[in-house]
Design a protein around this ligand. Structure first.
Ligand code: NAP
Length: 510
């Protein structure tokens, strides 16, 4: 049960819920186009909120140890888990999510918080991180050096994309809070309702120290202008906005650390051995169909390019089309303007590729933000499928003649979050891991032995790296406790052995 849509989403700044001025931006129900909420940051004191986070939140969090902060993450997970139906209802209303789509966002967030609660507990009473043990640096054994990770002295500024209002908020917050860094989060305005409602639930539960978590509901309101050295910005969104964030004169001038998760033309490869009729072929078809339709293709990790043996491309196209036909509900994209952008993207792709499948519209899918899933087919030389990310239920088949060509085609994404490979040939899978490893943040290898147990091409796991080189932003999030390093300065400490030994005893190696 959810309350009627809030008329106006408030921001949580400096420990208070505050409302921006003016009419605000409209948040819509993508299935109907109806306005469900509004949000504005006009007139809000974002500078004061950042100061409060640094001056009140930071000392309070630093007074706790990793294990205590990990326990706090567990309590956040419990608060969120207790009200899942409410989150699903908001996700349906404001993001158009089916229950399965919402689970990726909501359950994914809770699972990530629980993961860091458990992993963080093992860090115990340590105060900072260590990379290795103290080492002798000179003939005198008393002169030693060690790398420590000292928590940064600022706020974590988290700017998120519209497709994961829940997971984006909590996967970033989990790591920053565990590190002892206060969070100032800004969800994308279009779907901010869920992030606001969840934050309110967590704030009301009263387990967070003052200043540990703030939320900006609406446009940035000068977050970048008021960032300062010592803060850390983690951005998720389009490559264009990422460039604005990175090149912002203030961010650049002050040398503020920035992590970027941007768009990505993820590839999935069908191995040469996986001919029609084999289970590797079937697993590939199922995965492409699932990736195209899950969250209406609005996952940064979704398969955009399906690279397949040229001689089987028609069979693959027909099989994927049949698999999508068999999928029940496909959600709308997030807003009518997204739908327009996806349709423009399909038109652009169609200049260099042919549409080989378009799902017939079903009852109720002819209005607002529904987009029928579309599969295109290009030839190996056309650039377009390797250039534009169409953020909807859209993928392009790309034919290859031999393995080297398949790898070259995959690399033309210019750096991606993830690639997957489907084959029953262990040698091909291993060779693919190496061939694709330098241009992808994650590579999923699927043979029939893990056909039913693998977690999926597009699913990000807290224990593994999320991020990718090049176009994908050159960022790295999660990846287990190693993700904590983003919020710590790795500093080389040199000095007398007893002092270093004492410091090392207060640190934990991750
Ligand atoms: P977007 O338009 O780039 O917006 C992302 C965030 O940046 C939003 O919170 C947006 O706020 C904010 N923003 C806009 N202008 C800004 C500025 N001048 N300074 C600072 N922040 C600014 O992206 P989107 O449309 O929400 O998301 C879709 C894209 O995200 C896709 O390209 C997708 O591939 C990518 N994505 C990547 C990942 C990943 O992990 N790699 C995950 C999800 C999505 P407003 O909403 O208020 O404008």
């Amino acid at each position: 049960m959810i309350a009627a849509a809030p008329v106006f989403l408030e921001s949580y700044l400096a420990g208070r819920w505050v409302r921006g001025e003016g009419e605000g931006a409209a948040l819509v129900d993508p299935a109907t186009g109806e306005v469900v909420a509004r949000a504005s940051t006009v007139g809000l004191n974002i500078e004061g909120a950042l100061r409060y986070a640094r001056e009140v939140g930071q000392p309070a969090l630093r007074a706790l140890r990793y294990a205590q902060r990990a326990e706090m993450l567990g309590r956040i997970a419990d608060v969120l888990a207790a009200r899942k139906d409410e989150w699903y209802a908001i996700a349906l209303k404001n993001s158009g999510n089916t229950r399965a789509d919402a689970a990726i966002d909501v359950d994914g967030a809770i699972g990530t918080l629980k993961y860091f609660a458990k992993a963080g507990a093992a860090l115990g009473e340590a105060e900072f991180l260590a990379d290795g043990e103290p080492q002798r640096l000179a003939r005198d054994p008393n002169f030693q050096g060690v790398h420590l990770g000292i928590p940064i002295e600022g706020a974590a500024i988290h700017i998120n994309a519209y497709n994961f209002p829940s997971w984006g908020l909590w996967e970033k917050a989990a790591v920053a809070l565990l590190a002892g860094i206060p969070v100032v989060a800004k969800p994308a305005t279009a779907t901010a309702w869920l992030a606001v409602a969840m934050t309110r639930a967590v704030v009301d539960a009263g387990m967070l120290p003052a200043g540990a978590l703030s939320l900006v509901a609406g446009s940035t309101g000068g977050l970048l202008e008021y960032a300062r050295f010592g803060d850390a910005i983690a951005f998720t969104g389009s490559a264009e906005t990422a460039e604005i964030v990175r090149s912002h004169p203030h961010v650049r001038g002050a040398g503020i650390r920035v992590n970027v998760e941007a768009d990505s033309l993820n590839a999935s490869l069908l191995g040469p051995d996986a001919v029609p009729g084999t289970s590797a072929f079937d697993l590939f078809v199922r995965e492409v169909a699932r990736e195209m339709t899950s969250k209406a293709g609005q996952k940064c990790t979704a398969i955009r390019r399906a690279v397949v043996p040229a001689q089987h491309i028609d069979t693959v196209a027909a099989a994927i089309g049949a698999a999508i036909d068999a999928i029940g509900e496909v959600a709308p994209v997030v807003s009518p303007s997204s739908r327009a952008a996806v349709e423009r993207g399909i038109d652009a792709l169609a200049e260099g590729a042919a549409v080989v499948y378009r799902r017939a519209a079903r009852a109720g899918e002819d209005q607002a933000a529904f987009v029928a899933p579309v599969l295109l087919r290009t030839d190996a030389v056309a650039d377009i499928a390797h250039d534009i990310e169409v953020f909807g239920p859209v993928a392009t088949l790309v034919p290859y003649r031999d393995a080297d060509e398949a790898y070259d085609l995959a690399r033309r994404g210019g750096g991606s979050l993830v690639a997957s490979v489907f084959s029953a040939d262990p040698a091909f899978l291993a060779a693919s891991a190496i061939a694709l490893g330098a241009t992808n943040g994650r590579v999923l290898l699927v043979d029939p032995s893990i056909g039913d147990s693998h977690t999926g091409h597009g699913i990000v796991l807290p224990s593994l790296v999320h991020g990718g080189p090049g176009r994908a932003g050159n960022g790295e999030e999660l990846g287990g406790l190693r993700g904590l390093w983003f919020y710590h300065q790795r500093t080389a400490i040199q000095g007398p052995a007893p002092v270093l030994a004492e410091l090392a005893s207060r640190a934990v190696r991750v």
